[in-house]
Design a protein around this ligand. Structure first.
Ligand SMILES: [Zn+2]
Length: 146
């Protein structure tokens, strides 16, 4: 395992779980350069994204299994089926909660917001000036940042 070529930058990146998708593009430059140059941080970044992804997949699969269990119990209606159904629903709720926590705590949604904002700005820039002028000031600020 090779060492980080710049421990100061490496430590900052570790604090962010090697996620720079939330940073403004003009602030990312140095960190992107570090990822390009530093093999250790690059592999750490890949590892963390793999963990995020597998957590999401696991939570989805587990939610699906609990839902399937609920369906089976409901269909065959054995004795004490209400208790079993409640257990299956509780399992489903837990899985959904874990899914939500992972989605909130990992960069996936942040990346989506970034893409949406870029898209909105792109549309805004193509609007005819007379329509652009009519947009509420607040909305224009959000899109263009000025
Ligand atoms: Zn590094």
């Amino acid at each position: 395992m090779s060492a980080c070529i710049d421990p100061v930058v490496g430590k900052i990146l570790a604090g962010w779980r090697y996620d720079i998708s939330g940073l403004a593009p003009e602030m990312r430059g140095d960190y992107e350069q570090h990822f390009a140059a530093c093999e250790r941080c690059r592999s750490r970044q890949a590892l963390h994204r793999a963990i995020d992804l597998s957590l999401i997949v696991l939570a989805s699969v587990s939610a699906g299994i609990f839902l399937l269990a609920f369906g089976i119990i409901h269909h065959f209606a054995p004795r004490h089926s209400l208790i079993l159904e409640l257990i299956a629903l509780a399992g489903f709720a837990m899985s959904a909660l874990i899914w939500l926590i992972v989605a909130v705590a990992t960069p996936a949604p942040m990346t989506m917001v970034d893409i949406a904002r870029l898209g909105a700005r792109h549309v805004h820039d193509r609007l005819p000036p007379e329509i652009r002028e009519r947009l509420p000031e607040e909305l224009r600020m959000k899109l263009t940042g000025s």
